[in-house]
Design a protein around this ligand. Structure first.
Ligand code: HSE
Length: 311
């Protein structure tokens, strides 16, 4: 195999109660990538469409992730990458994670899959480190494994794929402003009261149980964030109203997608997810905030290989 084309999906990190540990993979929102083997050793990005991002390997999240993989591979091999960037940087749906994860999954395929999914997650995390100064795995894990994931530990890296109820659907509204993850992390408090911590880990456990039992009421009761959301809500226009409208329209829960500014809601079934989208759109229509909306099921596959368009 000399080249691959792939779809690198967007993702929602945190999922309300699981800051830096829970994530899920979105369907039909993501970047397109094309990777080719090259006779010249090393990794190069030759084209980025859709966003103004650096081509230099060491300044690009896909480049840094690819370098981490090539360093571990040890033999001299060469690759060239073209990216059609469809996820906006700083939108809160894992733009950097999609680039980093797509690059390492693609290279791994062209090398005959010498690395495990866990190793690929650790390479892709280097992209996150470049993007925001913190090598968190809650976006790259679901992009590589698909579905819902839980990052139990970073050192050593321990990632647990979770069950995704088939009917669960996501609505994501993106107010067209950029919030840098590093800035959204800077507003967080370093210390949290024990009572809030107790509530938070109770909700994480309950949410995981709700996913496995496909208990939508329990999922709904558990989609609560007492720690991060209160600190970050002020970064997002109309956040409280979005949440109010989504809940009134029947969402199981609503919260900040990753570090924002996108806001997500989970619903039972696509029909409800569309109703929730309408209710959230009304908020921004009323206050005049430009936005885009994604409505999709949970993607069980993660990065997917596709036929190149010109084949
Ligand atoms: N868990 C990270 C955060 C995700 O909330 O900062 C960033 O996309």
């Amino acid at each position: 195999m000399e080249s691959v084309s792939l779809f690198a999906p967007a993702s929602i990190a945190n999922i309300s109660c699981g800051f830096d540990v829970l994530g899920l993979c979105l369907d039909n929102v993501g970047d397109l990538m094309h990777l080719e083997k090259s006779n010249k050793p090393g990794f190069r990005i030759t084209e980025i469409k859709g966003q103004d991002l650096p081509l230099e390997t060491e300044k690009n999240v896909a480049g840094v992730a690819a370098q981490a993989l090539l360093k571990a591979y040890k033999e001299p091999v060469g690759f060239e990458l073209k990216i059609d960037k469809r996820i906006k940087a700083g939108s809160g749906i894992g733009s950097s994670a999609a680039s980093a994860a797509g690059a390492v999954v693609g290279i791994n395929k062209l090398l005959g899959e010498p690395f495990s999914p866990l190793e690929l997650i650790s390479f892709a995390m280097e992209g996150e480190r470049l993007a925001c100064g913190s090598a968190h795995a809650d976006n790259v894990a679901p992009v590589i494994l698909g579905g819902f994931t839980l990052v139990r530990s970073l050192e050593p890296l321990d990632v647990i794929p979770l069950h995704s109820p088939l009917e669960l659907a996501a609505t994501v509204i993106h107010p067209e402003i950029e919030v840098k993850t590093a800035d959204a992390r800077a507003v967080l408090h370093n210390k949290i009261p024990l009572k809030k911590a107790i509530n938070q880990w109770a909700n994480v456990g309950a949410l995981v149980s709700g996913l496995y039992q496909e208990d939508y009421d329990l999922i709904s009761r558990s989609l609560v964030d007492e720690i991060v959301e209160p600190a970050r809500a002020m970064l997002i226009p109309g956040f409280d109203q979005l949440k109010e409208n989504a809940t009134q329209a029947g969402a199981l829960g609503c919260g900040i997608s990753g570090s924002g500014p996108s806001v997500f809601a989970l619903s039972k079934g696509m029909t409800n997810a569309h109703l929730v989208a309408k209710s959230m759109a009304e908020v921004y229509d009323k206050i005049g905030v430009p936005y885009e909306i994604h409505i999709c099921p949970i993607n069980p596959n993660g990065v997917q290989f596709i036929e190149p368009k010109n084949k």
